[in-house]
Design a protein around this ligand. Sequence first.
Ligand code: HEM
Length: 479
Amino acid sequence: MIILANALNDIPALVGSGFSGLRQGRYFLARIGDAALARRWLADVIRAGLVKGLADVRAMEGGDAPAPARTPLADKPGESVTLAISHAGLHALGLRDDPARPFPSAFRAGMADPIRRRLIGDDTRPLEPWEWGDAATGGAFVTHLLIAHYWADQGTPSTLLGAATLAEAGLETRIVESWPGAMRPDPQGRMAMYEPFGFQDGAGQPRLRGIATPSRAEPHSRQRPIRTSEDRNVHAGEFVLGHRNEYDEKSYAPSVVGWPAADAVPPHFGSNGSYLVAMQIQQYVDVFKRFIADAGVADLDAKMVGRQINARPMVDEPLRGADTDDFRYLASDAPGFECPRGAHIRRANPRDALAHTVEEGIQSLRLHRLLRRGRVYAETPSQGAVGDGLMFLALNADLDRQFEFVHRNWVMGARFGDLSDEQDPILGTREGRTFTLPGCPVGQRVGPLPRFTRMRGGGYFFLPGLSALRFIAGLADRA
Ligand code: HEM
């Protein structure tokens, strides 16, 4: 199945690219004061060509494979604005759910909602306050728009994103600066991102089937995966609403009151859009480095992450080519001697590790993939050398089945696999938690682990297709 050209123009560019060639960046967390002014500003941003579609990034990057966040290192001039809207934000812009096709409950409630936070495995008691969120929590900055603004090193950012213009548009904003120093060429000369603990990030990504060109088209995912390089092929509907997903169904696209009749192209307000999960996660770099140094365990930091510092897997996969994402666990390292069973990447993407056969493992895994697009942020100048933490951004079509499932059961799950009383070693919050290093004849338990990270804020945002954005911008005129 190949996605039609009109959809490629409509699908937001972030689906296809992390824009790593545009190293400069910042995130605006914005609250809408006046719907009409905000819509007019949105119309100006669209008219200026700042919001790109998938077709634009393909043309810009000269490639056809949309999945990798990394692109060849090149000084491509340009600028990009990604606009994502929380449910509160849709309301603030004057939109209402179509009662016949409402937004799903996870999105409507918002990630910052206290019940939702428990549902994704936040076990801090009482719940730690966040500085911002997508829903009212009593104190946090309620964020209507998450605006990701990226531009090239030698470029000048548009004044449409300047403080004066945003204020005129009635947008109250908080800015989270991204840290361009985190984007550096890897040994192959490709732009890569290095997170503050020092590891290359962004290697393990799904590849979207149905968006690749015919020459790249891969066999249907229900067929037995033969080569490890095919394990990551996932139907586009897992990330883009209204397209075929891993259940061989079109993923659910919600709509809003006033969207043109169902024979419109695209058929629903949500079609060609996606859900953007945002988490601003502060990293305690000093605590991490000190803990690793004091523990006296060889390669402990790499074992916690599950990859070498340069993203090479810990697992020695005989079938693997040069690709760092080309490996499985079941045949190569079932006990976790090389990549511990509770390591970050093994929890976040267990590949075939949780099933009895490779086929079962890969097929069920494809229901729980995330397309990561985050960047390192730096708010404190003293942390400028490495950054303060990660603005984790991930796309998925089903918040419940993808992000929430992964975060609750795998990342934060105390009983993930056959482990007990553990959590993700770098993201866990539970006091006294440990980390098991399986070994032969006996393994080792490291701990208690201090907290290495803290959530500063987060939310669920809808990333509209370009037609839906134009629809919002044009609401006032139609009224
Ligand atoms: C401060 C927070 C975080 C840091 C420092 C971090 C760091 C890393 C690193 C170094 C890798 C290995 C390189 C790679 O495969 O790309 C990785 C992989 C990954 N992370 Fe995180 N991460 C963080 C938060 C999260 C969160 C919150 C999630 C999801 C709930 C997540 C999901 C993943 C996934 C799915 C992979 C790919 C695993 C694979 O395909 O093998 N990460 N992360």
